[in-house]
Design a protein around this ligand. Sequence first.
Ligand SMILES: [Zn+2]
Length: 304
Amino acid sequence: MEIQQQTLKHSVKFSGIGLHSGKKITGILHPAPEDSGILFQIKNRDSNSTAIPARFRNIGGLSYNTGLQSNGVSVLTVEHLLSALNGLQIDNAIVELNNGEVPVMDGSAAPFVYLLSEAGIVQQKLPRRVMRLVSNLRVERDGAWIEAEPSDSDRLEIEYSIDFNHPVIGKMQCSYVNDPVVYCRAIAPARTFGFLKEVEYLRSKGLIKGASLKNAVVLDDQRIISGSLRFPDEFVRHKILDFWGDIVLLGRPLIAKIKAHRAGHKLHAMLVEQLLKTPGILEPALEKTPHRIFNLVPKLSCSS
Ligand SMILES: [Zn+2]
């Protein structure tokens, strides 16, 4: 059976602080028609608005966040909200903002999941169109890599591993198969993380003006200084969360098996770029209800 596109039932307001700009931001998530995708709408004081579709061609900065830009207007830190929309399989929505950054909230996607569930999700008339990967692809950079191969499960699945030279993090690995219930419970609450020793450097670059111990897991050289973790492997789960947001920039849901090692926003974007640039590597398809045997596959398995 074909699966229909989804949007929000109602508009819902939110507000918070921009992680990088430090500005107070208010926004509204709105329903959108079929095939419109995710659209950011930045309104200035005179209520003039600029629309920025969440598509690869509009990528702006990729330094410690994923930013988009169009017609000289930019929006920073879109990845956690895009991740929540993708995690809940919302195809079409308008994100109205009074400033060019999505609020960081608590550093995870859980507050956006809560907002989206408050707004409600409705099915639309047209079927969801996906992109199926038909041959292997690898991108790499500075010892980090992502490999993509065709999937037989009819879903996007990912195996992510990280390796940090830090006593709290070290090596961690987590596998996740697209499933909204598992996303809400096991991926969305994982917070972004950062290192105290990088704070001065990032501030000198005009970044993380809104960062605090309340919106990130913060580590010094030895330990976590921002309180307890939500999961023992919260770091690698957040990497999956970030990937789930960045992959939205492909424009349609991807059906593929991904392996990522020590990757980040730049490599996620390189993967999307190569997927779009490589002729014949993606095949358009309609999403089908998963085959029964798919339900036997574990949706999440982690080791650290
Ligand atoms: Zn993140």
